[in-house]
Write a protein that binds this ligand. Structure first.
Ligand code: SAM
Ligand code: SF4
Length: 453
């Protein structure tokens, strides 16, 4: 008999993608194989995102098509996992009665047990808060070069716009030994880079006994052989410390890229967002990073049109973007989320105003990022080759230590997973082109490669 097939459709952030890889690993350990077409799969799993309303609505339109399939073939299994599942729970079953399983993000590692309940004929909702168990199943990772490693689940902050703490629950750090063991395993499988993940990764270890922190974790995993690069995300300006910066500067494998969302450039807005820092503190933090690592790449997230944000306050966001000179910025128009304080406030900014501000911010981001990129023209950068350029299979694609994407001519297959020196020949706001430097032609620029204190 042919093996049953599965398809996972993932929405949202890196953490959701990491969760999907874990669930794919569990399904494969149960004998499932990937389906070529999600409309033919025996099991379809939507791993959902509810950070903004449009992400949530997308799920419903996809679900409708699969529910129709299931009405014709009841043997198909339909699952909704992730943040919409947690937010909606039983309501989702009422809205889409064809579903077999609705499971929140804390249940990712328990997918096998939940499926057994479905196979016993139950319709299951798993959204009660639980202690997240260590998962001994191997994830099915999308990349063969770079691996995501969860280090802390959940978030204890209460930013007034954000639904994450409501759907992902309280912080739960993994034990350093379990994290190191997973990194050793991926190194053994040939991975060269790991990205440690957490919603507020700077909170890592404060819930453990004995307490520890991210700087100590970086030191603890740094010696894993075979791993050449270590990244982490997402940082919170309130908890980002000089100890952490100094540690990153000292440890050669830790890449000079920091993703530290500032969200808004106005102190008044930051206060209403309950972020716990001022724009001045944010500027000082970036200055400190640049003192230790002058060439560090800085990226962030920002929201425009938060309730009550005036034009003058929005201008402060523009000013901050200009002054800092971000390499990348994820921007979003504020989206009211159910159950969050700001969604109830009367002074919502009209949609047209939000989208106008978003466009103005995006234009500035593209200009600033292009300027930052341009500085790399002519430099030789160390690039970790991830695979082919998706738009041109004769070119390879990789990333600099600063996390810039680089395309260059070369056969991607033998180069995949290697660190190669590439001379940058063209720069764009969010990507670079270059050519491989052959032996003796040049060496990577200290500016980008040196980790200085
Ligand atoms: N924990 C991270 C932090 O504190 O910055 C980010 C987590 S969140 C998954 C990713 C980004 O989504 C946030 O940084 C924020 O910019 C954006 N976001 C969260 N809630 C939002 C909302 N209600 N409307 C628009 N953007 C939102
Ligand atoms: Fe959301 Fe704030 Fe937690 Fe980030 S720190 S996940 S924005 S509540």
């Amino acid at each position: 008999m042919a093996a049953p097939t599965y398809s996972i459709i993932t929405f949202g952030c890196q953490m959701n993608r990491a969760d999907s890889e874990r669930m794919a690993g569990i399904l494969e350990s149960l004998g499932y194989v990937p389906a070529e077409d999600e409309l033919q799969a025996d099991l379809v799993l939507f791993n959902t995102c509810t950070i903004r309303n449009n992400a949530e609505q997308k799920v419903y339109s996809y679900l409708g098509i699969q529910a129709q399939r299931k009405r014709k073939n009841p043997a198909i299994k339909l699952i909704v996992a992730g943040c919409v599942a947690q937010q909606e729970g039983e309501r989702l079953l009422r809205r889409v009665p064809e579903l077999d399983l609705v499971m929140g993000p804390q249940y990712v590692n328990r997918l096998g047990d939940l499926l057994a309940q479905v196979e016993a004929g139950n319709q299951v909702v798993a959204t009660e808060p639980i202690e997240i168990p260590e998962d001994i199943t191997k994830p099915r990772r999308d990349s063969r070069v770079t691996a995501w490693i969860n280090v802390i689940y959940g978030c204890n902050e209460r930013c007034t716009y954000c639904i994450v703490p409501l759907v992902r629950g309280r912080e739960q750090s993994r034990q350093p030994q379990a994290i190191r063991a997973e990194i050793e395993e991926v190194a053994g499988a040939g991975y060269r880079e790991v990205t440690l993940l957490g919603q507020n990764i700077d909170a890592y270890g404060r819930d453990l006994d004995p307490k520890t922190n991210l700087a100590s974790l970086l030191r603890f995993v740094h010696s894993v052989e075979g791993i050449e690069r270590i990244r982490f995300a997402t940082s919170h300006p309130r908890y980002f410390t000089e100890e952490l910066i100094a540690t990153c500067a000292e440890l050669p494998k830790v890449c000079e890229h920091f993703h530290i969302p500032f969200q808004a450039g106005s102190d008044e807005v930051l206060k209403r967002m309950r972020r716990g820092y001022t724009q001045e503190r944010y500027r000082q933090l970036i200055q400190l990073i640049r003192q230790y690592m002058p060439e560090a790449t800085i990226s962030a997230d920002a929201i425009v049109g938060f309730p009550g944000e005036t034009e003058a306050q929005f201008q402060e966001t523009l000013q901050l973007v200009q002054d800092i000179g971000f390499d990348f910025l994820n921007t979003a128009a504020y989206s009211p989320r159910p159950g969050t304080p700001a969604a109830e406030w009367p002074d919502q900014v009209p949609e047209e105003e939000k989208s106008d501000r978003l466009q103005r911010l995006n234009r500035l981001v593209a200009e600033v990022a292009a300027d930052r990129s341009a500085r790399l023209l002519g430099q030789v950068q160390e690039v970790l080759v991830e695979g082919p350029n998706p738009k041109n299979p004769r070119q390879a694609m990789g990333r600099t230590r600063g996390n810039r994407i680089v395309f260059f001519d070369g056969d991607p297959e033998p180069l995949q997973g290697s660190l190669v020196p590439v001379r940058i020949t063209a720069t764009r706001a969010f990507s670079l082109s270059g050519e491989i430097v052959r032996a003796g032609e040049g060496k990577p620029q200290p500016a980008e490669l040196e980790v200085c204190a």
